[in-house]
Design a binder for this molecule. Structure first.
Ligand code: SF4
Length: 241
């Protein structure tokens, strides 16, 4: 609308809902970016990342965001749609501009699509040499819907089916992780197969010391991953790798 020269990119994550992918594919100007391994071994998907990392993605170990979503935009101005209203951990007091540096101890690692309270309208990231602009960071859900309706902007039909947020199916950051996987059983199956390959990789790499008990089968890993059974007395809250 501002007539600013821009490109629209979508990082193919391999775990987005198929309805969302079809919706995005139908928009002619979108460039579909498939992340690739730097060693030339092919496209990066959640299904090959899990065995490579030898651990499922968790709230504490979110390697997938970095690999699946952060590969583009180096040296460019990246515009995102992150919003404080979608933050899981809402706090008061926002600035407008920040440098995405500072000690990890104080800030933690904030990724491009994190709807974190620490996000600012303009961000400079020395880790990825990107400048990130989040123009709707202070918009509420109601603001977004008002704008969509006023401008007659097309949107993915899943929102009409009750979805409030769309993103990777089975994301460990989601509060609906289990429901999403039940709604998309093919993805559940793909996670189980990836866990099976992960367990084999752990064994080959001498990590089978930790694959006893609940991690002895893909189903056990799956239940642990959903927080249903502890691998250790502390479940997902404890890592001894
Ligand atoms: S949104 Fe969740 S599942 Fe998707 S890449 Fe990021 S951490 Fe992984």
């Amino acid at each position: 609308m501002a007539r600013v020269k821009h490109e629209v990119h979508y990082n193919v994550t391999s775990v987005d809902p198929p309805e969302l992918v079809r919706f995005i594919k139908a928009i002619p100007e979108v460039r579909m970016d498939i992340p690739h391994y730097k060693d030339g071994s092919g496209p990066i998907t959640m299904w090959n990342l899990i065995p490579r990392k030898m651990i499922p993605p968790t709230r504490l170990v979110r390697y997938c965001c970095e690999k699946l979503k952060e590969s583009g935009g180096q040296g460019r101005l990246t515009v995102t749609g992150v919003r404080w209203d979608e933050s899981l951990n809402r706090k008061k007091g926002h600035g407008v501009i920040t440098e995405m540096t500072g000690s990890k101890k104080n800030r933690g690692l904030v990724l491009n699509d994190d709807n974190d309270e620490a996000r600012r309208m303009v961000e400079m990231c020395y880790r990825t040499s990107k400048t990130i602009l989040n123009p709707i960071v202070d918009w509420t859900d109601a603001d977004v819907w008002e704008f969509i309706r006023a401008e007659n902007i097309p949107y993915c039909g899943l929102y009409d089916e009750g979805y409030k947020r769309l993103g990777c199916i089975g994301c460990p950051m989601s509060t609906r992780q289990e429901q999403e996987l039940e709604q998309y059983p093919k993805y559940k199956e793909l996670y189980l197969k990836a866990f099976e390959r992960m367990l084999k990789a752990r064994k080959q790499n001498g990590k089978d010391d930790l694959t006893k008990e609940n991690w002895s089968s893909p189903e056990g890993v799956y239940l642990w991953w959903l927080g249903k059974i502890p691998r250790t007395p502390h479940g997902q809250l404890y890592f001894d790798i």
